[in-house]
Design a binder for this molecule. Structure first.
Ligand code: V3L
Length: 85
């Protein structure tokens, strides 16, 4: 709720914001200096690596997306697949 930074994952033609709970988990892990963070997203486990700045499915490493940590004002398609206009 108090996060200054927003995490984004890449879609086909732009960036999506992570949901608020995931964003807080990412910020906590990142600020703790952890190398990576594991998230359960829609029933699927993903690893977000803070060095490569990518998100990858733990069960299928070919399902990889770029991620970014930026201001919440950075243009996005919406939040976690829900479009905002
Ligand atoms: N948060 C929520 N859903 C996710 C996330 C995440 N961090 N990562 C993957 N998914 P994959 P366009 C995305 C969803 O990487 O039109 C968007 O949220 C992912 O949803 O192969 O390409 C949109 O809902 C996808 O449905 O494991 O920009 C949708 O894609 C599914 O998990 C279309 O977005 C498989 O992703």
């Amino acid at each position: 709720t108090e996060d200054i930074y927003q995490w984004f994952y890449e879609g086909r033609n732009g960036w999506w914001k992570y949901d608020e709970r995931s964003n807080t988990e990412l910020e906590t892990a990142y600020n703790a200096g952890d190398p990576a963070c594991t998230l359960l997203l829609a029933g699927t486990l993903y690893n977000i690596d803070f060095h490569s700045m990518t998100q990858v499915r733990r069960s299928d490493q070919t399902r990889r997306r770029r991620v970014r940590r930026d201001t919440p004002m950075f243009p996005s398609k919406g939040i976690a697949g829900i479009k905002t206009y």
